[in-house]
Every structure is written in C-alpha cells, then in structure tokens.
Write a protein that binds this ligand. Structure first.
Ligand code: TXA
Ligand code: MG
Length: 322
C-alpha cells in the first residue's frame, strides 16, 4: 500500500484517482480511519469486504462531500433528515434513509435502507470532493480495521492491521490522530420513526433539541426492526486482551482511567485522559497498546452519565463482552 505521510494536493489527486480506478484508500475522518472504496464499483467494494474480513451482509456507510449528493443515494428524504444534515454535517452523524436504485445490495446488505454521512475532516472532505469532481458518487468506508477489532484512530494502526491484506495500488493517507476517536452516531429515520442505532459524539439530547422532539428511542439491539448493524454485534470493538470494566486491577494488568484516579499497585497505566472527550479520543489507541504489550487483561475504570459517556460505555461494554 502506498502511504502518504504528508497529504498535499498531489496526494489527494493520486488517492481520488486510485478510488476511481477501483483501488482502496484508507483515510482519516474526525471519528476513526475509514477504508474507502468507490461505492458503485462492485469489485472494489468486494475487495474492501475481503480485506476487512467482513461478512457481506453487514452494510457500510456511504461518505459524500456535500448535501447535494444525498438525493443520489436516498429517496423520500424526510424533512427531519434534512434538518439534521444541515445542523450536523459535516460531522459525526450517520443517517439511515430509504435507498435509491444507485445503492446496491452489496453496500446495504440487501436492506431497503442506506447509511450516509459527510465526515468533518479536511483530508476526507478534499478526497471526496475531488472524487466527485471526477465523476464519483460516493465512497463506502467502514472503519479501517479487521472485522470485530478495535477501530483505528492513527495511520499506523491501519498500517499494522491491514497492510498484509492490501496491495501496492491501494493508498493510505496519514492525517494524524482522529479527533473524536469513536465512530459516528447512527440514526435511523423513517417518516416519524426515529431511532439511534449507535450512540456517538452527537448525542440523543442534541438530536432531540434540533428536531424539537420530546424523546427518542435509543436502540439496544437492532433485532426489533431487523436492521443489520455490525457495530451492534455484542463482541465488536475488541482487543485481544480481556477487557474488564470497573474491576480490581492486579499487578501486570493494563489500566485505563481518568487522570485523577491512581494506578493500582503494579498495574500498567495505558491511559489517563483528563475528561470524557479525551477518554473517547484515546480509548482505542490505549486498547491497542495493551495488545502491543501482550497484556492478558485490561481494567478500564470508567463511570459517566454524560451524553458522550453513554457512547464510550457502549464501546467498553462491547469490548468487554465474551
Ligand atoms: O465514524 C464512522 O461512522 C466510521 C468512519 C470511517 O466514517 N465508519 C464506521 O463504519 O464506523 P463501520 O462500517 O465500521 O460501521 C458502520 C455501521 C455498521 O454498524 C453498519 O451495520 C451500520 O453502520 N449500517 C450501515 N448501513 C446500515 C443500514 N442500512 N441500516 C442499519 N445500519 C447500517
Ligand atoms: Mg467498524
């Protein structure tokens, strides 16, 4: 895979052309790194699934650079979806809508809906814009990790994990550390049916305020509406080390907690974020470090009822599930 450590105009040109030519391009977003493929190129999308080891019935998110592209991918777009898009895009919100004919079964997992977002990262936006200027419609980009593993928040995570599954003509754009660090909030909208399928930085509270609703359903499981959300598999976002939440740390265990909490005797401090924002930002790289150090067990000490805390706990519970 070709790695661009400095992403200048030439790198964007090469990467956008690589996408159009059917290659894979890993790129930074404000949430996590994505592994991009041209959303209308069947063989590119197939290779994206294969290199992630992801089952084909797990749908992917289409990334676009402007709201105008929304109507290419979705039909019967409710007013509420437009309000949310105007308010939060570019940003860490993925909206699930009724799909257009352009969205193939391969990217929707055979469902009648499609997931779309505009990421808020200069490199991602430039890449998508250039790709669309060249005639592209959108880029599917799941997190650039092997299926079920921890999402990458740095270019080197992508390189370590996917290099052996990618080929010479694929590209990695290094945009440094992802600012938010956990995946986008996913909201399902159908007429007056709203559901948060994956909590994230854009909280239920912000969505409720924006839409002036009284309440919103936060889905614990997708079964009820038969939506397939791979992030909803209980054992997603897992490092190799066994993760335990709010357990007692023993000597040799990894330990992650807010800065004001002391490291237990002989535990190995992997992270000491100062607040929820930093917790989200550093969580995945701290978990990856546990694997790098070959630790058997990581204790994460965390409690929070803040909106972002709900998203962090969602990832922790999945990382800790067996
Ligand atoms: O922050 C993010 O969303 C990152 C960056 C790269 O944009 N992407 C990401 O993609 O997290 P991925 O593939 O790891 O997670 C996408 C989630 C999956 O849980 C998938 O099941 C869900 O979106 N999804 C996609 N299409 C869907 C649909 N039509 N209905 C319900 N869920 C859908
Ligand atoms: Mg993922």
């Amino acid at each position: 895979m070709k790695v661009f450590e400095e992403v200048d105009d030439l790198a964007i040109e090469i990467a956008s052309q690589a996408l159009l030519d059917g290659n894979l391009v890993a790129f930074p977003t404000e949430t996590v790194y994505g592994l991009g493929a041209d959303a209308v190129n069947t063989s590119a999308v197939n290779r994206m699934y294969e290199s992630k080891g992801r089952p084909k019935d797990h749908p992917v998110i289409i990334h676009i650079s402007s709201i105008e592209m929304l109507s290419k991918w979705a039909v019967d777009i409710p007013k509420s979806a437009r309000i949310l898009a105007n308010q939060f895009w570019p940003g860490p919100l993925t909206i699930i809508l009724k799909k257009s004919d352009l969205a193939s079964d391969l990217i929707t997992g055979g469902q009648k809906t499609v997931a779309i977002r505009i990421p808020n990262h200069p490199i991602a936006l430039e890449l998508l814009k250039r790709f669309e200027e060249k005639g592209g419609f959108g880029v599917v980009a799941p997190s650039a990790n092997r299926f079920g593993a921890v999402s990458p928040t740095r270019a080197k995570h992508v390189l370590n994990e996917l290099d052996s599954y990618l080929v010479e003509s694929d590209v990695l754009l290094d945009g440094g550390n992802c600012e938010i660090g956990i995946e986008s909030t996913i909201i399902f909208i159908n007429d007056n049916d709203f559901k948060i399928l994956r909590p994230g930085f854009i909280s239920a509270k912000k969505i409720i305020q924006t839409l002036q609703m009284s309440n919103i359903w936060i889905s614990e499981s997708d079964k009820h509406h038969q939506l397939s959300v791979s992030g909803n598999l209980p054992n997603h976002y897992k490092p190799k080390a066994k993760v335990e939440i709010n357990a007692i740390a023993h000597p040799g265990d990894g330990f992650i907690a807010l800065k004001n909490i002391q490291t237990p005797n002989l535990a190995i401090r992997l992270g000491e974020p100062k607040d929820d924002l930093e917790f989200a930002h550093s969580l995945y790289s701290n978990l990856r470090e546990a694997d790098q150090l070959n630790l058997d067990r990581v204790v994460v000490n965390y409690q929070s009822f803040s909106p972002l805390g709900i998203a962090i706990l969602d990832r922790l519970v999945r990382a800790a599930s067996r």
